[in-house]
Design a protein around this ligand. Structure first.
Ligand SMILES: Nc1ncnc2c1ncn2[C@@H]1O[C@H](COP(=O)(O)OP(=O)(O)OP(=O)(O)O)[C@@H](O)[C@H]1O
Ligand SMILES: [Mg+2]
Length: 282
């Protein structure tokens, strides 16, 4: 399904912040075109630092990052940002224009488009994100969820090949999460590669086929989400909060109910209970 050469290739990557904090240690990683990958791990594990190396916001102190088989060390942030769009944890760190409309226009500035084209694309994207009604409003006067949406819109309008989201579901209500899920489905259908940092294990289990677990600046596990997340030792090590359904299953197990493969979703639990009921009634 995937092309041979990874779209993101990271080799022996290390990063030490100027204050001496070693945030990344010997990271080796391949991500292929069209993949939807999750990065999980406890606070301070190095997740945000890792993705900041993808568009040159921080430059490796060791090792290399390749995008589309090219070493990015000599490429500017402006060039890389056209290929790699990062939506950060706190939207206010990336919003600075005087109005919602200006925010999108600014984002399109470096694309050599005519004034009319910029206006057209801005109107389209504001419509897509249901932000037209706030067009003239300052981004500072949006709600948390709305500002996150604007931050996403200001990156999506640039149509980057690789999309990176840092904690997209944090603080979002059910409707906003649904909007986001549809958005990533759409972007994937358009062939985009998507990387999502999340602490939300239920979200990862349901939507992300591959998960990378990080701890202390290193990758400690990388594989199919269902495999990675059923490892109790790793889950504890990375301080992830288990879904309630999984906690319920573990409680059943402690009380002597038979062991089965990982139960992470409601569906898994329903099938498991059906099996138990069938066994006890036969
Ligand atoms: N600008 C900075 N200067 C110095 N140290 C930093 C800086 N940013 C992050 N760090 C440190 O680097 C390490 C990795 O931080 P990073 O932000 O990458 O973690 P994270 O996995 O994204 O955590 P979280 O889940 O809390 O967002 C931490 O020890 C952190 O304190
Ligand atoms: Mg972070």
């Amino acid at each position: 399904m995937f092309e041979e050469i990874p779209i993101v290739m990271i080799r022996e990557l290390g990063y030490i912040y100027p204050n001496g904090t070693e945030a990344l240690k010997k990271i080796n990683l391949n991500i292929f075109k069209g993949e939807l990958v999750g990065i999980m791990g406890k606070n301070g594990a190095g997740k945000t630092s890792l993705i900041r190396t993808l568009n040159g916001l921080i430059r490796p102190t060791q090792g290399n990052v390749y995008i589309d088989n090219e070493n990015i060390s000599s490429k500017s942030i402006a060039t890389l940002s056209k290929k790699v769009g990062i939506i950060f944890q706190n939207p206010f760190h990336q919003l600075f224009a005087n109005s919602v409309e200006e925010e999108i226009k600014f984002s399109l500035k470096s694309f050599n488009l005519s004034k009319e084209e910029i206006q057209l694309r801005t109107d389209q994207i504001l419509h897509k994100f249901d932000l037209e009604k706030y067009k003239k409003r300052s981004p500072l006067n949006l709600s948390g969820g709305e500002s996150k949406k604007l931050a996403v819109a200001s990156i999506i309008c640039r149509d980057p090949e690789i999309l990176v989201f840092d904690e997209p579901t944090l603080g979002q209500d059910a409707k906003e999460i649904e909007f986001f899920i549809n958005l990533i489905k759409n972007e994937r259908e358009n062939g985009k590669t998507i990387i999502i940092i999340t602490h939300n294990i239920e979200f990862a289990y349901e939507y992300l086929s591959r998960t990378i677990l990080m701890a202390d600046g290193q990758i400690i596990s990388d594989g199919p989400t269902k495999e990675v997340l059923k490892n109790e030792f790793l889950i504890r090590q990375t301080s992830l909060i288990l879904p309630q359904i999984r906690q319920f299953y573990l409680a059943l197990q402690e009380r002597g109910f038979q062991e089965v493969d990982a139960i992470m979703s409601k569906n898994d639990m329903v099938n498991y209970l059906k099996k138990i009921i069938k066994n006890t009634s036969s």
